[in-house]
Design a protein around this ligand. Structure first.
Ligand SMILES: [Zn+2]
Length: 265
């Protein structure tokens, strides 16, 4: 999730130019349509990482770029359905929403606050993984969901949504990852904070995005598509725009099926 290395900032910025067309996606137009109707679902897609927190990089793989591609394709696919409004938390590599560009924590908080501001039903954070011990056999997809503490409805929703997304991702050929930090064999995992507590004294979720969203009253999940440190995942799923598109479509299909969305006529 987090290898932070200043030396690749310049590379990331250079590569940002290659995906600058994302910026053409209309943030302004989307913001104007933020009014939520009773039967409209608001989904906020969060392409993980930015220049404050670059994510995993291994060989020619740069996570912040891959996540942006996947989110872009996911948004395009999800917008083929009616009854859903889709936002992205970033369209380039900067720290969004005017947060302190030296603070990855502030940038994360900005993403959650943005989701709250548009009445998000769910915040879906899109990532790719690496094995910190460089165990190259670690592979596959998983979804990190809220733990059952404090607001158990967030956990229940995350579990159902996460399973729907994971089912679609494995249909692309990705395996289910049995995360060694929280192994349970299902690919649907929670991770508790070591020390942080919710107001009721129960253990906080480890990931800030998830615990901040829960505190604000909505569900957030983290989708880890594959391992950049695994050769099969990297070559077969994380190397080309077409492969990122396949993952984005799988995410969107999983989200649409969870909500029972219908394709536009
Ligand atoms: Zn990540």
């Amino acid at each position: 999730m987090k290898i932070r290395t200043k030396k690749i900032i310049s590379l990331a910025l250079a590569l940002a130019c290659s995906v600058s067309f994302f910026a053409n996606s209309s943030i302004n137009a989307s913001a104007k349509s933020s009014k939520k109707t009773s039967n409209n679902i608001v989904v906020v897609l969060d392409p993980g990482h930015d220049t404050t927190h670059l994510g995993c990089h291994y060989q020619n793989f740069e996570e912040g770029i891959a996540n942006l591609y996947i989110a872009y394709y996911c948004k395009n696919e999800l917008e083929k359905y009616s009854g859903v409004t889709v936002y992205m938390t970033r369209y380039d590599f900067g720290c969004a929403y005017g947060a302190n560009p030296d603070s990855s924590a502030d940038c994360l908080t900005g993403r959650v606050n943005f989701a709250k501001s548009v009445n998000a039903d769910v915040l879906v954070s899109l990532h790719n993984d690496y094995d910190p011990d460089l165990d190259l056999s670690q592979n596959g997809a998983k979804v990190i969901i809220p733990n059952p503490n404090f607001k158990p409805a967030c956990c229940q929703k995350g579990m159902a949504l996460g399973q729907s997304i994971l089912t679609e991702l494995t249909s692309t050929g990705l395996k289910v990852n049995d995360w060694k930090l929280c192994p349970n064999g299902t690919g649907i995992v929670t991770r508790d904070s070591d020390n942080g507590k919710y107001p009721d004294g129960s253990a906080k979720d480890y990931y800030a995005l998830i615990n901040k969203s829960k505190s604000l009253g909505f569900t957030s999940v983290i989708v880890e598509h594959g391992f950049c440190t695994n050769e099969s995942d990297r070559i077969n799923h994380l190397s080309t725009p077409e492969q990122y598109q396949q993952l984005g479509i799988a995410d969107a299909t999983g989200i649409a099926k969870y909500y029972g969305l219908k394709l536009k006529k």
